[in-house]
Design a protein around this ligand. Structure first.
Ligand code: FAD
Length: 417
């Protein structure tokens, strides 16, 4: 794999960074591949990388209808944590968190993982009971999570308003110190670069329009706006459009697509040292390395494929942010956008074989799948290569919607960012 060296960085610094080569190749599609991944987000690119790296399969194409990372991978607020309630979720998110800790080294690309701590504010007795249950469950499994008093929370995050006269008084907080943030588009670029170096074809502006089947029902390839491309296996990792693509193979999946919005402020001096989440009011905030406050909201409560969203959702979020941090009231917001999230009824993902032979799905990560990117991609590669789920992903197959054995993180946390 190509390496970034300190000498190259110094050389390019002196010549205006004009000498860098493209970081991944942009080849014409072949007639057919062993594996086609639909969706050039972090999960799809990562799966291609691990297929090549760990399973020796390199005749792979990642087909992306727009540009890589242009979906939710490049639209999210980058919160990374593993303090979920249920065993299956803890396992898969902790697997991912451990991979984040070495991802920059593995990819030789700085994804700017910053474990600055994720502070989840409790505002009422329900929050308190629920978070303390999470803390206890996590600690039983060896995952760090701790309960803080309001004063301890303020000591960790000084700009917090812990006055009990505020609209959303804080009665404690759960803190996962190993949680944090990363640079989202660097994740897509890092995986693309590392996958391309191993021979994976990354084909942008290539929209999948149909799935073709053999007479025995198994997949034979995809129809695209660049013609038919054959494939022995197809992995769908297309977030909010996963159900649209599965419909092309007549597979109905239990996913609903809804917009989720985020916004950033003008840059400020460093003041928010960690990620702060308030599930009860659906507001969360962190500060980017550029100084912008990165603010996320709750989902718009209607189904849509729109990458915008309702104004009332973000104004409600900003109300809450100003209550939690009164000193931010005069900060200007600079940009706002939305992403199309793919939500299951239990807010847990789907990683599964499907009724169509050699068609696999990795979706349902909804509002919280950025943190899962390395772990999910790693396990999805296993599923595609071996045809059976990895033990860590075995609970997330489509079977749970038939048996009713849901992994109800929706009831556990109400929010999954
Ligand atoms: C505003 C917002 C905030 C969020 N905040 C967080 C957070 O703080 N923490 C967290 O963990 N998660 C968060 N998430 C969720 C997270 O972003 C996603 O779960 C994750 O990024 C999904 O990655 P992906 O690779 O599966 O999907 P994507 O990055 O969306 O990639 C899927 C790709 O498929 C492509 N595609 C779709 N249809 C086709 C087609 N027909 N042919 C070819 N390509 C196609 C799309 O163009 C897209 O690029 C947030 C999401 C949003 C929208």
């Amino acid at each position: 794999m190509r390496k970034f060296s300190v000498f190259a960085v110094a050389r390019e610094a002196l010549r205006g960074n004009k000498g860098w080569e493209p970081q991944w190749a942009s080849p014409e599609p072949r007639a057919s591949y062993d594996v086609i991944i639909v969706g050039g987000g972090g999960h799809g690119l990562g799966a291609a990388y691990y297929l090549a790296k760990e399973h020796g399969i390199t005749n792979i194409a990642v087909l992306e209808k727009g540009w890589i990372g242009g979906g939710n991978t490049g639209r999210n607020t980058t919160i990374i944590r593993s303090n979920y309630l249920y065993e299956e979720s803890m396992n898969i998110y902790e697997h991912s968190l451990k991979m984040w800790e070495n991802l920059s080294q593995d990819l030789n690309y700085n994804v700017m993982f910053s474990p600055r701590g994720v502070l989840m504010l409790s505002h009422n007795i329900h929050d308190k009971q629920s978070f303390q249950r999470h803390v206890n469950a996590n600690r039983l499994y060896g995952i760090d999570n701790e309960w803080l008093t309001p004063e301890q929370a303020k000591a960790y995050c000084p700009p917090l308003n812990i006055s009990q006269n505020s609209r959303y008084p804080i009665n404690g907080a759960a803190l996962q110190r190993r949680g944090g943030v990363a640079r989202h588009d660097a994740v897509a670029w890092g995986y693309a670069r590392a996958a391309s170096d191993r021979g994976v074809h990354i084909i942008q502006n290539c929209e999948v329009l149909g799935i073709r089947r053999n007479t025995d029902g198994s997949v034979s390839g995809v129809e695209t706006n660049r013609g038919f491309i054959g494939a022995k296996k197809i992995g769908v990792s297309a977030s909010g459009h996963s159900s649209v693509i599965m419909n092309m193979a007549d597979v109905r999946v239990p996913l609903q697509s809804s917009p989720l919005q985020a916004l950033v402020s003008e840059p400020m001096k460093p003041i928010v040292p960690c990620v702060v989440m308030s599930n009860a009011v659906h507001a969360y905030i962190s500060q980017s390395d550029k100084g912008e406050f990165v603010i996320g909201a709750g989902t718009d409560q209607y189904n849509s494929y729109s990458q915008t969203g309702g104004l009332q959702i973000i104004t409600h979020t900003l109300d809450a942010i100003c209550e939690l941090f009164p000193m931010f009231r005069r900060v200007k917001m600079m940009r706002q956008w939305g992403g199309v999230t793919d939500n299951t009824i239990d807010r847990a993902p789907i990683q599964s074989k499907t009724p169509v032979q050699n068609l696999f799905i990795n979706a349902g990560w909804g509002t919280g799948g950025f943190k899962a990117t390395p772990g999910s991609a790693h396990l999805f590669a296993h599923l595609i290569a071996r045809g059976e789920p990895h033990a860590l992903a075995a609970g997330f197959t489509l079977d749970r919607f038939r048996t009713g054995r849901l992994i109800d993180e929706a009831a556990a946390a109400a929010v999954a960012h």
